[in-house]
Write a protein that binds this ligand. Structure first.
Ligand code: ATP
Length: 703
C-alpha cells in the first residue's frame, strides 16, 4: 500500500471514528462491519466503511424513535454468548404473570396398585409475579428466607428449572426486537465461585478473555481488557497469585475470589447482569466497593438485578429499584427511595434509626410460633401491592415495552443483524482447555511425584517379585501371573484416578459451558487427551522397568508389542473411566460402581477361568471388558515365538515343550491376535463415544 493511500485510509478512518463518537448518543443505525480500533484493515474494509457512511443520515438528522420513555440513552456493548461486540444495545427485561410450581410426580401403575393412589398437590413457589428491569437499573431483589428470590432469579436466567413447572412470560428486548434467549445477552454471577485453583488470577482472566471474547479482537486488546478489569476490581495486588482452593486456605482470599468471579463475567461487558448474593462473604467496605462498581455499570447502561440479603444502609442506598418478595408474591416493586413512604401509607412506618432493608425483611418474615398472623400480614401487603398504582404502572410499562419492541421489529427495515463474530474457534478452545488441564496436573508437584513414585515402585516391585524367570515349567505360571497382574493393576487404578478428577470439576464445566465459554466436545477431548498422556506415561514406566527385570520375551518386536498393548489398554481404561465419571453424579458413586464391574472383568479376564469354558450367558462380558482380549494379546506376544521350554526331570505333570503348547493349554489362539486388537480399539472408541454423548446430554440438561 503506498503512502498516500495509507493517509487517505487514516483520515477516512479518523473521520468515521469522530462521526461515530458523535452519533453514540442517538439511536440511529450503527456500523456493523467496521474493523475494530487497533486492528489491521484492508482497502475492502475502507470501502465498506465509506459505503456505510454514505448510506447513513448526516449527524443530527437521524429521527429518534418515539419511545415515550424519558431516560438518558447510554451506549453499551453487547455480548452474544460470551463474545464481545462493539455495537450499541441496551437490554430491557420483562416478566409477566410468572407462576412456578413443583411438578407432581405420578406413581407408576404397578406402584399405585401396590401402595395405593396418592394425590400429591403441587407446591406453588411463585404466584403471578410481574416486573421489569431497564437499562440503567440496579435492582435489589429482597425478601425473607424462602420468599422466592432464588426461584425468581432462576426463572429470569432460565437456570436450574428442571424440577419445576413454569408459566408466564419472560422476554428480553433491546427496544428494537425481542431477543430469542436471555442467555445471549446476560451473565449470571452465582454465589459459589468455582475456579481451577492452580491458575493465577491473571492467567484465569486471560484464558477467559481468549475463550469468551470475539476472535476478531486482537490478543493485545484482550490483554488490555484483562489489565483494566484487574484494576477495576482491585485485583492487581494478587494478579500473579494462585487462585488456590478455599478448603485448603492456600491461594487468594474469599473476597478476592468473589471479585474474581465478577471480573470473569465482566470481561465481555454483558449488558444484562444477574448477581446472586454479590456481597456474601465480603466485609462492609468491599461490599460497598462492589456495589458501587455495579452502580457505575448501571450508569453506563447495563441492566442489573441482584438478589441480596439484608444489605447495610450504605449498600442499600446504592440500588435504585427494589423488588420485595414474600411468599412467592411481590410485596413492593418500584423506586427504592419511595419504598419507605409506600409502606408508611399502608401503616407500616419504618423507625428513623432503622435500616429500611432490615425493616422490610422484619415486616415480611414469617416468625416461628406466629405463622398465622405473619401469613395474614404478608397476604394483606401483597394484595395491597397488586391493587396499587405502582403495580398498574408496572403492568403498563411491561405492555408498552413489549408492544414497542414488537412494533419496531415488524416495521424496522434496519434491524441490526445478529453478529457473525464468534468466540474462540474449536481448535483454540481445545488448545486453551488442554493448556488449563496440563497446568492443573503439572503445577501439582506432589501429585506428579506420587504418580512417578507409584509407577516406578510398581515396576521395580513386580520386577523383583518375578526376577529373571528361566524358561521352564514353573515360569509359565509366574509369567502369566505377571501379565494378568499388569492388566488388572493398570485397568483398575487408571479409571479410579480419572474418577477422582472429572466429577469434581464438572460443576465448573457446567457453569462455563452454560455461559457459552466452550463446547462440551472441546472440553471432553482436552480432558481425555491429558488423562491419556499422564496415565500412558505411567504405564510405560512400569512395563519398561519390569519387562527386562523379569526376562520376558527378548525379541525387540515382542517388547514393542507389549509396550503398545499396555498403552492401548491404558487408553481403553481411561475411556472407560471417563465414561463412568461423566455418567456418575459424584466421584464416590463412580468409584462404588467400579467395584462390582472390575470384579466381573477380573473374573472373566482369562486367568481365573479358561476363556473356552465361559458360560454362554456370560459371553457378553467379552464385548464390554477389555481384560480377556488384552490378556490374550500379551500371552500370544509372549509365548508364540518361544520354541523351547525345559521340562522338570522328576515331575509327574505333563510337560509343555514350547510356547504354542502353552497357548493351547490355556485356551489362547494366535489367530485371534488381530481380532483382539480390533476389539480393544472398538471398545475404546465405544466408551469414548458414550462418554461424549453422556457429557453432552448432561451439560445440555443442566442449562
Ligand atoms: N425445586 C424445588 N422443589 C420444591 N420446593 C422448592 C424448589 N425450589 C424452591 N422450593 C421452595 O420454594 C420456596 C422459595 O425458595 P427460594 O429458594 O426461591 O427462596 P429464597 O427467597 O431464595 O430463600 P433463601 O433466601 O433462603 O435462599 C422455598 O420454600 C423452597 O423450599
Amino acid at each position: 500500500m503506498d503512502v498516500s493511500t495509507a493517509k487517505k485510509i487514516s483520515s477516512l478512518w479518523s473521520s468515521f471514528k469522530g462521526w461515530s463518537r458523535n452519533r453514540s448518543d442517538d439511536r440511529s443505525p450503527i456500523l456493523t462491519s467496521a474493523p475494530l480500533e487497533g486492528e489491521s484493515y484492508t482497502m475492502e474494509d475502507v470501502f465498506r466503511v465509506a459505503e456505510e457512511l454514505q448510506s447513513m443520515d448526516p449527524p443530527g438528522s437521524s429521527p429518534c424513535p418515539e419511545t415515550g420513555i424519558q431516560e438518558p440513552i447510554i451506549p453499551v456493548r453487547r455480548r452474544r454468548r460470551g463474545s464481545f461486540i462493539e455495537i450499541e444495545r441496551r437490554i430491557t427485561l420483562l416478566w409477566s404473570d410468572v407462576w412456578v410450581e413443583t411438578k407432581v410426580k405420578r406413581r407408576g401403575k404397578i406402584c399405585e396398585t401396590i401402595c395405593g393412589r396418592r394425590e400429591e398437590q403441587p407446591k406453588v413457589i411463585l404466584r403471578g409475579v410481574s416486573g421489569f428491569a431497564r437499562p440503567g437499573n440496579l435492582i435489589a431483589v429482597m425478601g425473607a428466607s424462602g420468599a422466592g428470590k432464588s426461584t425468581l432469579m432462576n426463572v429470569l436466567t432460565q437456570h436450574n428449572l428442571g424440577s419445576l413447572e413454569v408459566r408466564g412470560q419472560v422476554s428480553v428486548t433491546d427496544s428494537i426486537e425481542i431477543l430469542p434467549c436471555v442467555g445471549e445477552v446476560s451473565t449470571y454471577i452465582q454465589q459459589e465461585d468455582v475456579f481451577v485453583g492452580s491458575l493465577t488470577v491473571r492467567e484465569h482472566l486471560l484464558l477467559q478473555a481468549k475463550l469468551r471474547m470475539s476472535r476478531e479482537i486482537s490478543l493485545e486488546r484482550k490483554m488490555e481488557r484483562v489489565e483494566d478489569i484487574l484494576e477495576q476490581l482491585s485485583l492487581v495486588k494478587c494478579a500473579d497469585a494462585r487462585i488456590g482452593n478455599p478448603t485448603t486456605s492456600d491461594g487468594i482470599s474469599a473476597g478476592e475470589r468473589k471479585r474474581l468471579s465478577f471480573a470473569s463475567e465482566l470481561l465481555t461487558n454483558p449488558p444484562l447482569l444477574f448477581c446472586d448474593e454479590p456481597t456474601s462473604g465480603l466485609d462492609s467496605y468491599m461490599s460497598q466497593i462492589l456495589i458501587s462498581m455495579l452502580r457505575q455499570l448501571a450508569l453506563e447502561g447495563h441492566t442489573i438485578l441482584c438478589s441480596i440479603h439484608q444489605p447495610s444502609s450504605d449498600v442499600y442506598s446504592m440500588f435504585d429499584r427494589l423488588i420485595l418478595m414474600a411468599d412467592g408474591r411481590c410485596a413492593y416493586q418500584g423506586d427504592i427511595d419511595k419504598a419507605v413512604e409506600y409502606f408508611a401509607r399502608l401503616g407500616y412506618q419504618s423507625p428513623d434509626d432503622y435500616c429500611p432493608a432490615d425493616f422490610f425483611i422484619d415486616t415480611l418474615s414469617i416468625r416461628p410460633g406466629d405463622e398465622e398472623n405473619c401469613n395474614r400480614k404478608v397476604d394483606v401487603l401483597c394484595d395491597a401491592f397488586s391493587c396499587s398504582a405502582e403495580a398498574r404502572v408496572i403492568q403498563a410499562t411491561i405492555e408498552e415495552e413489549y408492544f414497542q419492541a414488537r412494533t419496531e421489529y415488524e416495521s424496522s427495515d434496519d434491524i441490526p443483524s445478529r453478529t457473525r463474530s464468534s468466540k474462540a474457534s474449536y481448535w483454540q478452545q481445545f488448545s486453551l482447555l488442554l493448556w488449563r488441564c496440563a497446568i492443573d496436573v503439572f503445577r501439582e508437584p506432589s501429585l506428579l511425584k506420587s504418580y512417578l513414585v507409584t509407577s516406578i515402585g510398581l515396576g521395580v516391585f513386580l520386577g523383583l517379585l518375578y526376577l529373571n524367570q528361566p524358561y521352564n515349567q514353573s515360569s509359565i505360571q509366574n509369567i502369566n501371573g505377571f501379565l494378568f497382574l499388569l492388566v488388572v493393576q493398570i485397568s483398575t487404578t487408571t479409571p479410579a484416578r480419572v474418577a477422582a478428577v472429572i466429577p469434581n470439576e464438572l460443576p465448573l464445566i457446567v457453569r462455563e459451558h452454560r455461559g457459552g465459554t466452550y463446547s462440551s466436545a472441546c472440553y471432553f477431548l482436552a480432558r481425555v487427551f491429558i488423562e491419556v498422556v499422564t496415565h500412558v506415561s505411567q504405564s510405560l514406566i512400569t512395563i519398561g522397568i519390569a519387562y527386562y527385570m523379569i526376562g520376558l520375551n527378548r525379541n525387540i518386536f515382542c517388547f514393542l508389542v507389549a509396550v503398545g498393548t499396555t498403552a492401548l489398554m491404558t487408553i481403553t481404561a481411561v475411556s472407560f473411566g471417563v465414561f463412568l465419571s461423566v455418567a456418575s453424579p459424584t466421584s464416590e458413586i463412580a468409584l462404588n460402581l467400579m467395584i462390582p464391574i472390575f470384579f466381573l472383568f477380573t473374573l472373566f479376564g482369562g486367568f481365573y477361568m479358561n476363556p473356552l469354558t465361559t458360560p454362554v450367558y456370560f459371553i457378553w462380558v467379552r464385548f464390554v471388558s477389555w481384560y480377556p482380549a488384552v490378556f490374550e494379546i500379551l500371552q500370544v506376544n509372549q509365548w508364540a515365538t518361544i520354541e523351547n521350554l525345559d521340562c522338570e526331570l522328576n515331575s509327574t505333570l505333563p510337560c509343555l515343550e514350547n510356547g504354542e503348547q502353552v497357548l493351547d493349554k490355556y485356551g489362547y489362539d494366535q489367530d485371534n491376535f488381530v481380532l483382539d486388537v480390533l476389539l480393544v480399539v472398538l471398545m475404546t472408541l465405544g466408551y469414548l463415544m458414550l462418554g461424549g454423548i453422556v457429557i453432552r446430554m448432561r451439560l445440555r440438561g443442566e442449562r
